[in-house]
Design a protein around this ligand. Structure first.
Ligand code: NAD
Length: 436
């Protein structure tokens, strides 16, 4: 099938590569000429495990190509996926500028029946909005359908998630158009659910909001554990064994970040308000999340007081492991708060340094290894739980530090082990420990 994917970011590039891998002819479009030039030259604009190989294979086989020419791409495609960014606007409202631009371009270029698929995360009602924009900009009245097909991939395992999603949601106005998408996804042999368009749009927000609620709930429990002398790790283990609850998304930490949960929760609060419902439950989820970093930095401050000129090694800048994405990463807020308190920062991340440099203050020093970051530090702050940090040579780290204090924002290490290794160790929702 001839497919066009508009917006070549984390979702669009992975979607395009996977559809090409399934044997379709895919044209990926972006309005950033640099990005397209890089992709045409075989350079990936993002880090995602397995992506480079999959893109290279399909480019070599002639099934995957890149262009900035939206009109030409629309004219040769049966299905056009919209996968552009939908960032937060004011008051949590979703900014649909890019979606609108693309819809306009599709309308102007369309010459025959086309299925337009909203894969970007968009508020309920956007399917109708896209239909309206296309209709108003059509050069000639060509029939078309607008489908909602929300994406659930996770950065860091995007290829795997796209090949083996838990479910594929297809929101369509009629069976016939739903069949087009069913056929496209059939080779994946995964569960598919067909709904109307607004329900599909809601499934995405309801899912993200629910997962965010799980995270904030556990973090609130962690706050109580800290006061009560309980261990949140043991508590969540006990909770997670209940089949009705399950162990996923029960890790206490610095809260949710990234390009999806923060904006999607606020967007749903906003949508609810517009529709006349005050979503107090979800508002509380957002508030609990916002408090996480302040509490964590409070512990660092109290322990090392004063922070003036103290050197802190920060491990992990990406918003989560296995990605270079630092959008809404907790590292940014942690580092900015620590700098404001006078600390000096030596940071390390396996892949996110280039992106971090674009947003963090120039005073941050970037290191080539966790050991280089720890050398001479008055404290080590773990922000992102990359696997390589879990397997650090902690004895070596302790030997390098000026003062062996560790602040673990993700509960990556065991308190008892840290105590035996000679660290003063602070984590989330667990008792602090001092060296044996
Ligand atoms: P992204 O910022 O990585 O990529 C978006 C791409 O769209 C960029 O390359 C940008 O240059 C391009 N673009 C913007 N305006 C354009 C236009 N007018 N014409 C052509 N290209 C344009 O974003 P992303 O992370 O891939 O997210 C895309 C959508 O998918 C968002 O709605 C997001 O909420 C949703 N989503 C993201 C994830 C994720 O983990 N990143 C997961 C599920 C859903």
């Amino acid at each position: 099938m001839n497919i066009c994917v508009v917006g070549t970011g984390y979702v669009g590039l992975v979607t395009g590569a996977v559809f090409a891998d399934l044997g379709n002819e895919v044209l990926c479009v972006d309005n950033q000429p640099d990005k397209i030039a890089a992709l045409q030259a075989g350079r990936m604009p993002i880090y995602e495990p397995g992506l480079e190989e999959m893109v290279a294979r399909n480019v070599a086989d002639g099934r995957l190509r890149f262009t900035t020419d939206l009109a030409a791409a629309v004219k040769r495609s049966h299905i056009v996926f919209i996968t552009v960014a939908t960032p937060a606007g004011s008051d949590g409202q979703t900014d649909l500028t890019a979606v609108e631009q693309v819809a306009r371009g599709i309308g102007q270029a369309m010459e025959r029946h086309t299925v337009i698929v909203n894969k970007s995360t968009v508020p309920v009602g956007t399917g109708e909005f896209v239909r309206d924009v296309i209709e108003r900009h059509q050069a000639k009245p060509v029939p078309f359908d607008v489908v909602s097909n929300p994406e659930f991939l996770r950065e860091g395992s995007a290829i795997e998630d796209t090949l083996r999603p838990d479910r594929i949601v297809i929101g369509a106005a009629n069976q016939q158009v739903a069949m087009t998408l069913l056929e496209l996804y059939a080779p994946l042999e995964r569960p598919m659910i067909i709904t109307d368009v607004p329900s599909a749009e809601m499934i995405k927000y309801a899912s993200n909001a629910f997962l965010a609620a799980k995270i904030s709930f556990v973090n609130a429990i962690a706050n109580i554990c800290e006061q009560a002398g309980a261990d949140v790790g043991q508590v969540t283990k006990g909770m997670g064994l209940d089949a009705r609850i399950g162990p996923a998304f029960l890790q206490a930490g610095l809260g949710f970040g990234g390009s999806c949960f923060p904006k999607d929760t606020e967007s749903l609060v906003h949508t609810a308000a517009v529709l006349g419902y005050d979503f107090r439950l979800l508002k509380a989820v957002v508030v609990v999340n916002r408090e996480r970093v302040a509490l964590f930095v409070g512990t660092i401050r109290k322990t090392l007081d004063p922070l003036d000129d103290k050197i802190l090694a920060v491990l992990g800048l990406a918003f989560k492991p296995n990605t270079d994405d630092i959008r809404e990463a907790k590292s940014i807020e942690v580092i900015e708060r620590l700098l404001a308190l006078g600390a000096r920062i030596r940071a390390y991340d396996p892949v996110a340094v280039a992106n971090a440099k674009k947003v963090l203050p120039p005073t941050v020093i970037y290191c080539d290894s966790p050991y280089e970051a720890a050398a001479g530090a008055d404290g080590l702050v773990l922000v992102t739980e990359w696997n390589e940090f879990k397997f650090l040579n902690l004895e070596r780290v302790r030997g390098l530090m000026r003062r062996p204090v560790v602040f673990d924002g993700r509960n990556a290490w065991e308190p008892e082990r840290m105590r035996r290794l000679g660290f003063e160790y602070y984590s989330i929702g667990r008792k602090p420990v001092s060296p044996a």
